[in-house]
Write a protein that binds this ligand. Structure first.
Ligand SMILES: Cc1cc2nc3c(=O)[nH]c(=O)nc-3n(C[C@H](O)[C@H](O)[C@H](O)COP(=O)(O)O)c2cc1C
Length: 364
């Protein structure tokens, strides 16, 4: 089948065989010390062998302070953790793919942190919802400690060090800063979770500044050549249907700030990427990102596993399409598309009772 989805592309100098990416997916399958392993190498390699040009990893914690979110989440907080990623990255690259490390700080949504017995976030506000059992959590989230200036500086340093370790030691082709889904940077972005009155709080233009600051620091650390992206969403893992109260003006503020921050790409995710971002009509979040960040590459995500939907996302302004569940049920989605083969439906049992990597996902 001939489709623009299978056309080669370049992402900030990174040559990619097509426009298809695996979306970041936490699979809590690392060692208890946060080391990536052979299970993960086999799992990730399958996507590259199945034709995905780009593999974005699960969220990887960045420091030994408050970043870790889950038991058996992999880390990039020291040299040993970074070296453990090397075979995983090599497996992806050896199969013709490129690998991007998603750098994540869980903030107040941390369900487990082997370095701390309490959580930290922008303000002492208990997160909505309950912890995810698929990631071995249960019950309410604790009330986080409001981060001090020192904590914030440490979190920024964690992102920069993890980015350097990702590129220099693990051999990744780029990094993605996780600014979405309710984790630390999104907690700063949201008025509900960020009630600070210092330079990191206030109007949305202020609340996005921590993300901008992290991007600047990471860019400065990596230099001009490394591909750097940011992931943005409205919805949160603990507040799925959240919409920015600032609506389209908010999208202009967030995407406008990021457009000038030094990133190469914006990864925009919604439950269904083609829906109006606000209300029943109007542009999607993807279209708003395209409008307000005209110079950036855009990765679109959200229920785009139907090839018609994926192709329509390119027409709506995306340069790349990332698949989550569609990739789990079809690690060879791009090959199937090329050969006109049927796609398998997603089976949620795969992530139950715990969302770790299953034996069937490691088959060659
Ligand atoms: C098991 C699982 C784990 C996920 N973990 C992450 C993560 O670590 N980082 C992230 O940004 N998004 C994560 N997500 C969200 C996905 O990247 C994606 O946005 C979501 O699955 C919607 O895309 P889809 O409709 O193609 O599945 C996860 C989703 C799933 C299903």
């Amino acid at each position: 089948m001939s489709t623009p989805l299978l056309a080669p592309a370049t992402l900030h100098g990174l040559r990619l065989p097509n426009r298809l990416a695996v979306a970041p997916m936490t699979r809590v399958s690392a060692s208890p010390e946060g080391h990536a392993n052979g299970t993960m190498a086999r799992y990730y390699e399958r996507f590259a062998r199945g034709g995905f040009g780009l593999v974005i990893t699960e969220g990887i914690y960045t420091d030994t302070a408050y970043a870790q979110g889950y038991a058996r989440q992999p880390g990039l907080s020291d040299g040993e953790q970074a070296r453990a990623w090397r075979p995983v990255v090599k497996a992806i690259q050896g199969a013709g793919g490129r690998a991007i490390a998603q750098l994540m700080h869980a903030g107040a949504l941390s369900q487990f942190n082997r370095f701390r017995d309490h959580t930290a976030g922008p303000s002492a506000v208990r997160p909505l919802g309950t912890q995810m059992t698929a990631y071995r959590g249960e019950g309410d989230y604790p009330v986080p400690r409001a981060m001090t200036d020192t904590d914030i500086a440490e979190a920024i340093r964690g992102f920069t060090r993890a980015a350097l370790l990702a590129m220099e030691v693990a051999g990744f082709d780029g990094v993605e800063i996780h600014g979405a889904n309710g984790y630390l940077l999104d907690q700063f972005l949201s008025g509900h979770t960020n009630t600070r009155t210092d330079r990191w709080g206030g109007a949305l233009a202020q609340r996005v500044q921590l993300t901008v600051e992290v991007v600047r620091a990471v860019r400065q650390m990596l230099g001009a050549s490394a591909p750097v992206g940011v992931r943005i969403s409205q919805g949160k893992v603990n507040d799925f249907g959240h919409k920015w109260p600032e609506a389209e003006a908010g999208a202009a503020t967030v995407f406008g700030a990021l457009a000038h921050s030094g990133i190469d790409y914006l990864h925009v995710t919604e439950f269904e990427a083609w829906r109006p971002a606000f209300g029943d009509a109007g542009p999607s979040l993807l279209q708003l990102a395209r409008r307000h960040a005209p110079g950036l590459a855009i990765v679109a995500n959200g229920s785009l596993h139907d090839p018609g939907r994926a192709q329509a996302a390119l027409a709506d302004g995306a340069d790349f399409v990332a698949l989550g569940r569609g990739a789990l049920s079809n690690p060879d989605w791009p090959k199937r598309l090329k050969e006109g083969r049927a796609l398998a439906a997603f089976d949620p049992a795969l992530l139950s009772p715990v969302g770790d990597i299953k034996p069937a996902e490691q088959q060659p």
